[in-house]
Design a protein around this ligand. Structure first.
Ligand SMILES: NC(=O)CC[C@H](N)C(=O)O
Length: 374
């Protein structure tokens, strides 16, 4: 079946349908990871976006019930060069095509994803539409232009959990799978704000020794402080951090009271709560192969990333310093408060998918809580 991808600037890519059929729209971004499409599909931070994989063959490891980063698929469309229906993996239980169909996600395959990626790099990320029912270029471009811009959209409060809960699952092990950890064995009480939290972040926190209580995005700081936690964690999530005023005001109430660690959207919200500003990048960074320098040790780590916004570190010059930098585009990859136990990163130390180079950051959070306790 025919499918078409139309960008808001009028560029058209003709391909074949895969996954669900119909029409879908969102901001078109590209992801440079060579593997891990299932984690990408289930990452809540992709809400409102259509993801192009730059790796050319997608589908060959199928889908399994374990490699999910949330309970559902949040992205609005999936774009690949070549979809492979014949999958092979000992854990696989279904094909990618069947998975997308089952979850109502419209995909397109057989398009020149390199040309699309170069176009997005030159012109910037932009809205687009995938259709298997309308093939009229003008009508499609008109519809794509009518989609609201990602800037100004608060999407995180729409994907958060509805009530607090405890998380006790640790990191995956090749022999035994995901372990359940007894809360008695977890030393550090952490309140984790869920703005669309990836499950592997929760597993990393548990494996680092944290007794995690996950709370909704707008859970009052007063109630969180009443739990007497050792630290506060701010999660990743979709959309623009800037309109999340209530959340930002809430975060301010933890500053100076508790150690705080933020990842991605959590890092951006931390920057705003400290009085800084965030900016929208031209096309952002999405992938599992992005070099970052830890400014304190000058060590380079290869990281997983998925963001379209960034913290303007100059807007925080009196409060926080640059702690990590992206070596490709020099974006702010991490910051550390000058006097308080607060740090955050733009990249994803939990990987999933991606290398584990930045995993040490969870231990850094634990060390911070230990010191603060003492
Ligand atoms: N992965 C994330 O948390 C993404 C943060 C934010 N939505 C961005 O695009 O920059």
């Amino acid at each position: 079946m025919k499918a078409v991808l139309a960008l808001a600037d009028g560029r058209i890519f003709k391909g074949k349908a895969f996954g669900a059929t119909g029409e879908t729209s969102g901001e078109v971004v590209f992801n440079t990871a060579m593997s891990g499409y299932q984690e990408v599909l289930t990452d809540p931070s992709y809400k409102g976006q259509m993801v192009t994989m730059t790796y050319t063959q997608i589908g060959n490891t199928g889908i399994n019930p374990e490699d999910v980063e949330s309970g559902q698929l949040y992205l609005s469309g999936f774009i690949v060069r070549e979809y492979l229906d014949c999958y092979s993996n000992y854990r696989a239980t279904m094909s990618l095509d069947a998975y997308l169909k089952e979850n109502g996600i419209v995909g397109i395959q057989g398009i020149d994803t390199r040309a699309l990626t170069r176009h997005l790099r030159d012109k910037g990320a932009q809205n687009g539409i995938i259709s298997t029912i309308d093939f009229d270029p003008e009508s499609l471009a008109r519809k794509a232009r009518a989609i609201p811009s990602m800037s100004g959209l608060d999407l995180a409060t729409g994907v958060t959990c509805s009530a607090p809960y405890h998380w006790t699952e640790g990191l995956w092990d090749l022999k035994s799978g995901y372990p359940q950890v007894d809360r008695k064995d977890l030393k550090y009480k952490v309140v984790a704000y869920d703005f669309g939290i990836k499950l592997n972040i929760l597993r990393c926190l548990v494996s680092a020794g944290c007794d995690v209580t996950v709370v909704p995005a707008t859970f009052p700081a007063e109630s969180a402080l009443a739990m007497n936690p050792d630290g506060i964690f701010l999660s990743n999530g979709p959309g623009d951090p800037e309109p999340m005023k209530e959340v930002i005001e809430n975060i301010k109430k933890f500053v100076g009271k508790k150690p705080i660690f933020g990842i991605c959207l959590g890092h951006q919200l931390m920057g705003l709560a400290l009085g800084g500003r965030t900016i929208k990048l031209k096309f952002g960074n999405h992938g599992s192969n992005l070099p970052v320098m830890d400014m304190a040790t000058r060590k380079v780590e290869i990281t997983a990333q998925n963001h379209g916004f960034s913290v303007d570190i100059l807007s925080l010059s009196n409060v926080a310093g640059l702690a990590h930098e992206n070596l490709n585009d020099q974006t702010v990859e991490g910051m550390a408060h000058k006097t308080l136990p607060i740090f955050s990163v733009q990249h994803h130390p939990e990987a999933s998918p991606g290398p584990h180079d930045s995993h040490y950051l969870f231990d850094r959070f634990v060390e911070m809580m230990e010191k603060h306790k003492a």
